[in-house]
Ligand binder design. Structure first.
Ligand SMILES: NC(=O)c1ccc[n+]([C@@H]2O[C@H](COP(=O)([O-])OP(=O)(O)OC[C@H]3O[C@@H](n4cnc5c(N)ncnc54)[C@H](O)[C@@H]3O)[C@@H](O)[C@H]2O)c1
Length: 414
């Protein structure tokens, strides 16, 4: 039985789901096949991904393939209550509500796992943590799972390398080329800018954006901010990425140097305490801070709350922090990933790619898990390539194919 806020919200949630159906054509192709082949017949699948329309569409796709689906969110501020209600109205078990406390969020994850799933789809590693550390009894039927994001993959790799190891195979969907090159770069790039603009209703052109982290997400945010006329400063800890940012035309410096220069700060590192009080003290009055990394630890929010003399909601999703001497800054979405907590997340066409990978990896696990080692697994190359081919086809883009002679030429030793 579902645990959600308000079943009567289903109407708007269903409209949101219908909208994304029309913009996720790769998932539609897979659904056609799944309906015939029913690869998940008799299996239970637990998903923990930001609970909004594209995720709901994915849960329904798994259900169309025969799965009994149990869905929860991966962040208490990204769950959309109307989408949760709509998913429930379409027969999926849902355990989530917007603004869940830490305890409620944890209870929702455990509730979603209580079916003792055969397969799980995780985003950030919280399901994996519960199954490994707290409730191994809920993993008795688990064939394996998959992980959606960079931070979750890092946690998985650390666990796989530890003495205990991983007790089940986990496919790192984030590390597929069709995932990080598009979702992390173009998805985060666009949706972070959308969320900042919608929350603040301020101009981007002429502002100085400071982007912390020049990984796949950071490249996307920097590129889109620059494209809209912002001056962009990048901060990094990896010398290679820092050189790349310089070569891409961005100014690179330390956060300490960037602090007095920025109008808008975006952290997207997967690291903690990237913006601290020592930086905030140097910032301009009215500087805007936000985070797009998976966890709400990149901006030292607790430190900010301790130092603030006064805080209040200045606008929906914007909190004003006032410090000694009248200094003030704004924090978006409580420092949680801004594009989901203050927006609808990535565009549907991007999640069409990412979730096509997810459901195909779930099918791969359903068919092959008993042959897989209980450790990190790569997304099979043929799945990555198939999704790329389908993306081209659905965009109406044709590419050249190697002739036999060309193939021999580039594969010969001489
Ligand atoms: N908001 C979203 O929708 C979304 C989408 C995908 C991934 N993510 C999350 O975003 C984060 C980054 O993902 P990614 O794929 O870009 O990872 P990545 O590993 O490609 O890039 C992270 C970059 O941050 C740099 N970095 C680390 N610590 C730093 C610090 N203290 N200061 C400055 N730079 C630092 C690293 O050197 C690296 O270049 C992760 O937490 C990931 O889970 C968010």
């Amino acid at each position: 039985m579902s645990i959600l806020r308000d079943k009567s919200l289903a109407t708007t949630g269903n409209l949101k789901i219908d909208w994304v159906y029309d913009h996720m054509p790769i998932c539609a192709l897979i659904e056609e096949r799944f309906k015939k082949e029913r690869p998940f017949e008799g299996l239970k699948i637990t998903t923990s991904i930001h609970l909004e329309a594209k995720t709901a569409r994915t849960a329904l796709l798994l259900a169309a393939g025969g799965a009994e689906v149990h869905a929860t969110g991966s962040n208490p501020l990204s769950t959309q209550d109307d989408v949760a209600a709509a998913l429930d109205s379409r027969g999926v078990n849902v355990y989530a509500w917007y603004g869940a406390t830490e305890q409620e969020y944890h209870d929702h994850l455990v509730a979603a796992l209580s079916c003792r799933p055969d397969i799980m789809i995780d985003d950030g590693g919280d399901l994996t943590h519960i199954l490994c550390e707290e409730r191994p009894d809920l993993a008795v039927n688990l064939k394996g799972g998959s992980e959606e994001t960079t931070t979750g993959v890092l946690r998985l790799k650390a666990r796989a390398a530890s003495a205990e190891g991983l007790p089940f195979p986990m496919v790192c969907v984030n590390d597929a080329m069709m995932k990080y090159m598009f979702d992390n770069r173009y998805g985060t790039g666009q949706s972070v800018m959308t969320a900042i603009m919608a929350s603040t209703n301020l101009v981007v052109a002429s502002k100085t954006f400071v982007v912390a982290g020049y990984g796949w997400c950071g490249k996307g945010v920097s590129m889109r901010a620059k494209g809209m006329g912002a001056r962009v400063i990048v901060t990094e800890v990896d010398p290679v990425k820092a050189v790349e940012a310089v070569m891409d035309g961005f100014t690179v410096m330390t956060m300490e140097q960037a602090s007095p220069l920025g109008d808008v700060f975006v952290t997207v590192t997967g690291c903690k305490d990237v913006i601290r009080m020592e930086h905030i003290e140097k910032m301009k009055d009215g500087a805007i801070l936000c985070n797009a990394g998976h966890f709400d630890v990149e901006v030292a929010v607790a430190e900010m709350r301790k130092a603030a003399l006064n805080t209040y909601t200045a606008r929906n999703n914007i909190e004003r922090f006032e410090f000694d001497g009248g200094h003030y800054v704004y924090l978006l979405a409580e420092g949680r990933l801004v594009n989901l907590a203050a927006g609808d997340g990535h565009p549907a066409e991007i999640m069409d790619i990412s979730f096509a990978l997810q459901v195909l990896c779930a099918e791969y696990l359903a068919k092959n898990a008993d042959k897989l080692e209980k450790t990190i697994q790569e997304v099979p190359g043929d799945i990555d390539n198939w999704v790329a081919e389908m993306k081209l086809e659905t965009m109406g883009v044709k590419i050249d194919r190697l002739t036999d002679e060309q193939y021999r030429y580039i594969h010969s030793a001489n």
